[in-house]
Design a protein around this ligand. Structure first.
Ligand code: SAH
Length: 230
């Protein structure tokens, strides 16, 4: 089943962008996922195809019009895909939501620009607000690319080894253990002996302990709902 992504944007030329390369690009070429961009401006008002207007109540910037955004959404018809809108006010995107989305049929993603989008269309069309982090981007497009990249690498057949998705950061609630490769010694730094021992049980134990140590040091918040295994 193809994972279908539809992007509503005033900057369709930003896609596929980075998603046209490497894992995601190969998967796109192979039809593992599909990408459709819709230019919101096609539903803009008047000769200039305006999509924005001044904020009610005053203040800086412009706001994307609800009628224009609704027309762009409604032109898609409805299907079973979740309809998302990128927004710094949304629920922060996490690996759990990414995994859920990747298991599903795809997503319709609305990208804001300017000061944001008229609140009424978000409510009226039941859009799910998704944030990619606590900072402000100039538009939703890069956020949509981030979200899709995270989903696409989890689609069946995208990553070289199916297993490479299961031990990484956030899977199991921990950050990942450190990686090493050749050369065996570099600038006086060596690879931990256990990794060269060939003892797979020892290696697993070491990796688990390192994952816990790093998570405790850097992201103790992740451990608060994970039983401590020490
Ligand atoms: N005035 C808004 C920010 C608008 S930024 C505020 O203060 O909340 C313009 C657009 O960029 C938003 O509509 C949204 O689509 C996108 N955007 C900005 N930051 C984002 C983030 N952290 N996550 C997801 N989308 C973001």
């Amino acid at each position: 089943m193809t994972f279908r992504a539809t992007i509503l944007t005033i900057l369709p030329e930003m896609f596929p962008g980075p998603l046209g390369h490497s894992l995601a690009g190969d998967a796109l070429a192979r039809g593992v996922w599909s990408l459709e961009t819709r230019d919101i401006r096609e539903h803009g008002i008047g000769r200039h195809r305006a999509v924005d207007d001044t904020p009610a109540g005053g203040g800086p910037g412009m706001v994307m019009r609800c009628d224009v955004v609704a027309a762009a959404l409604d032109a898609l018809g409805t299907d079973e895909r979740p309809r998302l809108v990128m927004s710094p006010r949304g629920r922060p995107l996490g690996q759990d939501r990414v995994r859920d989305l990747a298991r599903g049929p795809g997503a319709v993603i609305l990208c804001g620009r300017f000061e944001g989008i008229d609140e009424r269309v978000i409510a009226a069309r039941g859009l799910e607000e998704v944030s990619i982090g606590d900072y402000v981007l100039s538009g939703g497009e890069i956020g949509a690319i981030v979200l899709l990249d995270a989903c696409i690498r989890l689609l069946p057949g995208v990553m070289g080894k199916e297993a490479s998705g299961t031990e990484e950061s956030f899977e199991g609630g921990l950050l990942e253990y450190p990686h090493y490769t050749r050369p065996r010694e570099w600038e006086g730094r060596t690879i931990p002996d256990v990794l060269l021992s060939g003892n797979h049980a020892e290696i697993s134990r070491w990796r688990r302990a390192e994952a816990l140590r790093i998570t405790r040091e850097r992201r103790p918040d992740l451990l608060s709902d994970t039983p401590d295994q020490d």
